[in-house]
Write a protein that binds this ligand. Structure first.
Ligand code: GDP
Ligand code: MG
Length: 151
């Protein structure tokens, strides 16, 4: 089982898509292991988006991520990092495929509804960034036998 971070961005909250996006991950069979609303800060976003620090849109991106509170989620499943990333679609909503979250709900690179971790290593780092240990819950999912069978 892998755990991955999803952030429902201000664009998700403002567009009224929190239920729709969360529903997609639940219906796929991912287990919700943690979820909370929080107001992000410039400091945490500078760390979270450090790989984009030299890009001209860096401050715009951080400002957009602070425009409203966000909802941070931890989803768990077999191969969850890649599954969630594929469900989100490529960064630019205009290029993301229909059927993906960004492909269905976004027309922008910046206002693209969700953040998703891009590797198992980064998922672990990012979950630690946004959640305390006791905010991640390891309750048993009773439907697993009907989600995974033997592979
Ligand atoms: P992601 O992993 O698909 O979210 O993409 P990145 O890690 O490359 O970028 C992080 C976030 O920065 C994206 O989700 C967008 O919100 C934002 N972003 C990426 N490229 C652009 C861009 O060209 N312009 C603007 N304004 N924001 C961007
Ligand atoms: Mg990224």
């Amino acid at each position: 089982m892998e755990k991955t971070l999803v952030i429902l961005k201000p664009s998700c909250l403002q567009r009224g898509l929190v239920g729709e996006v969360t529903k997609r991950f639940e219906q796929k069979g991912l287990r919700l292991a943690g979820m909370k609303m929080c107001q992000l800060t410039d400091d945490v976003l500078s760390e979270h988006y450090a790989h984009l620090a030299e890009r001209p849109f860096f401050q715009l991106l951080k400002d957009a991520m602070m425009a409203t509170p966000v909802i941070v989620c931890c989803f768990e499943g077999v191969g969850a990092v890649d599954v969630v990333r594929q469900m989100a679609g490529t960064t630019n909503g205009r290029k993301a495929l229909p059927g993906t979250i960004r492909g269905d709900f976004s027309m922008s690179s910046q206002e693209n509804i969700v953040h998703t971790s891009d590797s198992l290593e980064n998922a672990a780092i990012e979950l630690k960034r946004f959640f305390k240990d006791e905010e991640i819950f390891d309750y048993k999912s009773v439907s697993n036998a009907f989600i995974y069978a033997s592979d």
